[in-house]
Design a protein. Structure first.
Length: 337
């Protein structure tokens, strides 16, 4: 989950939507991370400058908030936009298109594509494609945001440099043609930049002005930039913190962990040890709706028939994995650190 401004490779025709039970076993041809390897950081200055400008604008937006120049309705609306954007990532690009954890009617897929355009972390196809590579080759040099290279790299550093050749080469072996076959995904990909300009920045600026008279200036910096940068870091914590810190009750042999910080900002993506053990589960968690707005939203849409064929990990399989590979020293549900 991420803002990826420099993605070039294309996948080969081999559909792969069901990943192994647990990400600690990938196959004999996997690329293992070499602790002694010296990495060359080929900086992409365009990404550095663009992300730098976004963050500077967000700092100014925080000043506007803290100095009392922004209406409370605008601050609340900014958080609502964050939730909308988050659903486009967690419910859409992640659980629906990347993992096929459930099926959705065209109405729900359209809503998710809109929400994903508010998110602005590359189009659905690119996001899902790189995420499948991440799961297939987690914590290796073929993983786009390999957490074994440290917190900074997995959080944001990988966006500031060019991909390692391993990422590109292994990425070509995984097909995402099933995703691109969706006409809604095709439409969003074709018109991605205009959609982002409209959904991520224009609407959050115009709506507060039209509905309750907030200035365009304040709305842009708070609902546009502060909210956007907050969403970025919330999602990035799943790549970094949730791959480094927290209990591993299901599989202690893999890096992903249950992480509260990552969970609170992303509508339920912080149950990461479970998710990497059972990536096909639509709730991405054993605990369903608890601290998991994405699962709640999907359940709501299931009640009206827009989401269906929701996939869940069998309780027997969860218990068997927990008993065999879980870290039994940390078993409490809310013991996160």
């Amino acid at each position: 989950m991420y803002l990826n401004l420099e993605t070039k490779f294309v996948m080969a025709p081999e559909v792969e939507t069901d990943f192994p039970r647990s990400d600690h076993s990938h196959g004999e041809d996997d690329i293992k991370s070499d602790k002694k390897r010296v990495y060359v950081w080929n900086i992409v200055w365009r990404n550095v400058i663009l992300l730098g400008l976004f963050h500077l604008g967000a700092v100014y937006g925080c000043y506007l908030l803290l100095s009392g120049q922004v209406m409370w309705k605008t601050a609340l609306f900014a958080y609502v936009v964050h939730i909308v954007a988050g659903f486009g990532g967690s419910g859409g690009a992640h659980r629906l298109w990347s993992h096929r954890a459930f099926k959705a009617t065209w109405q729900l897929r359209s809503i998710l594509a809109f929400c994903n355009s508010v998110l602005y972390m590359t189009d659905i196809y690119e996001w899902s494609r790189d995420h499948r590579v991440h799961h297939k080759y987690a914590e290796t040099d073929a993983d786009p945001y390999n957490a074994k290279r440290g917190f900074f790299f997995s959080h944001v550093g990988w966006l500031l440099i060019r991909k390692l050749p391993d990422v590109t080469e292994k990425g070509k072996t995984i097909d995402c043609s099933d995703i691109l076959a969706d006409p809604i995904v095709k439409f969003q990909r074709k018109f991605y930049l205009p959609l982002v300009a409209l959904c991520c920045f224009t609407l959050p600026t115009v709506i507060p002005n039209y509905l309750w008279g907030e200035s365009h200036w304040n709305a842009f910096f708070v609902c546009g930039l502060v909210r956007y940068v907050y969403t970025l870091h919330s999602v990035w914590f799943v790549n970094s913190a949730a791959h480094l810190w927290g209990p591993r009750p299901y599989d202690k042999n893999i890096n992903p962990a249950e992480n509260l910080i990552a969970n609170l900002g992303t509508l339920g993506e912080g149950f990461h040890n479970f998710h990497h053990s059972f990536p096909y589960d639509y709730a991405a968690s054993e605990y369903g709706q608890y601290f998991n707005l994405t699962a709640t939203f999907i359940d709501w849409f299931a009640k009206i028939g827009w989401a269906y064929d929701l996939r869940t990990a069998p309780k027997e399989a969860v218990e068997a994995l927990r008993e065999k590979h879980g870290d039994h020293r940390k078993t409490k549900l809310f013991y996160w650190f």
